[in-house]
Design a protein around this ligand. Structure first.
Ligand SMILES: Nc1ncnc2c1ncn2[C@@H]1O[C@H](COP(=O)(O)OP(=O)(O)O)[C@@H](O)[C@H]1O
Ligand SMILES: [Mg+2]
Length: 375
């Protein structure tokens, strides 16, 4: 997939801009706090309906303004598309090719993206929720049915939790809990199954990628941690049956605690370097390489699932890595994908000038429009 044009009105610190992005590598340069990340963020918002920096949509509207619009033109498998998003307080509208979309989930996966930010280190260092989000985001972009299961699961979970809470005072609520069990196990099994499959595929890719990124022959492995049975690939029906059995076994305790105590909402995956937890034993450098390898394998996962490369967004990429590392990583990416990069300095790039365009961002404006290499 390739983005060809981005138009913003009243987005963050941008009043109005229109940028032609018809190049394999687009580098947005500028001092701090000029709007580089805001620009990448707007693309992320157009692709997913949400920001990676804030959960408050109103933050995206330029201060003292009442709305914001984002338009994004892109190619997907030789077909042109256009996503439009408008946001006003308490109102959010999506359009794909001038057709109105009813739900955010319909937008998801139209334009697949993979975002790299300095925060990615949390994939190794952070909470299980960060890793679940990584998996859910990646799989949802390739599978609308996964997103559907996920949404259904959380809805059922909420209702079941309410029933568990009420059961303390109302005997009849126990029946309700049992009624929800079947759906919880069904959607839950679908989620676990898809996540285990995704990790299986990521592991295959990591075998090749990690040595390349780290310069070592070490092996990086991801292991799904679930309350059912860790890292055992079961078929969907067996998973569902195990889930149901577990719910029955745990009923007493769940009633006492008044909430659902297990399920994919608590699962995690572990990152092992040569069979040892990289969280506990990895050096800073190893952890960084692991995260990078993980994100790179996400690119190939999406490509294999949907038959097209996602657009890559690299925020502040060079701040964390030395220049030679940057070159080798960009070199390792397939040449036919599009990469949008923000950076405070010129990128040491290994490609011909024709491939790279520089954009200078200053106070929410485009000072240089798609210049070839400066100097
Ligand atoms: N809703 C908004 N309206 C206007 N300006 C905003 C809004 N949100 C953030 N900003 C401004 O955007 C700037 C930060 O932009 P950012 O893209 O993070 O900078 P950088 O170029 O360092 O990546 C800050 O100066 C901030 O005050
Ligand atoms: Mg920034």
């Amino acid at each position: 997939m390739k983005i060809t044009r981005l138009e913003l009105s009243q987005y963050r610190n941008y009043e109005k801009i229109s940028v032609q992005l018809d190049y394999p590598i687009c580098v947005f340069m500028g001092e701090n706090a000029q709007g580089k990340t805001n620009l990448l963020e707007s693309i992320y918002v157009a692709a997913t309906g949400k920001s990676f920096r804030t959960s408050k949509d109103s933050d995206l509207i330029r201060w003292n303004e009442s709305f914001t619009h984002i338009h994004l033109d892109y190619w997907k498998k030789d077909i042109r598309h256009r996503i439009s998003l408008s946001l006003a307080p308490n109102e959010k509208r999506y359009k794909l090719d001038d057709k109105k979309l009813d739900k955010r989930s319909q937008l998801f996966g139209q334009l697949a993206i993979v975002l790299f930010t300095p925060d990615d280190l949390n994939l190794v260092k952070g909470e299980p929720a960060t890793r679940r989000r990584f998996l859910d985001f990646e799989i949802s972009q390739t599978s609308p049915s996964y997103l559907y299961s996920l949404q259904r699961y959380y809805r059922v979970l909420k209702q079941r939790n309410t029933a568990l809470r009420d059961a303390k005072y109302k005997k009849s609520s126990i029946e309700l809990v049992r009624i929800w069990n079947s759906q919880l196990a069904q959607y839950g099994a679908e989620i676990i199954h898809a996540r285990q499959n995704a990790l299986f595929k990521l592991n295959q890719t990591l075998d090749g990628i990690f040595p390349e990124v780290s310069g070592k022959t070490s092996q990086l492995t991801l292991i799904y941690k679930t309350f059912l049975q860790d890292d055992l690939l079961l078929d969907l029906n067996s998973l569902k049956k195990k889930f149901l059995d577990k719910l029955i076994k745990m009923e007493h305790e769940e009633l006492a605690r008044g909430t659902t105590l297990m399920g994919p909402q608590r699962d995690d995956f572990e990152v092992l370097l040569n069979q040892r937890s990289i969280h506990d034993f990895g050096s800073q450098g190893e952890q960084r390489s692991a995260v990078l390898a993980l994100k790179l394998s996400e690119i190939y996962f999406i490509q294999e699932e949907i038959g097209d490369f996602p657009v890559i967004l690299l925020d502040d990429f060079t701040s964390e890595l030395d220049d030679s590392h940057v070159i080798s990583i960009i070199r390792s990416l397939p040449r036919n994908l599009q990469i949008l990069i923000t950076s405070v300095h010129t990128l040491p790039h290994p490609f011909s000038d024709a491939d790279v365009r520089y954009y200078l961002i200053k106070e929410g404006q485009l000072a240089g429009k798609g210049e070839p290499l400066p100097g």
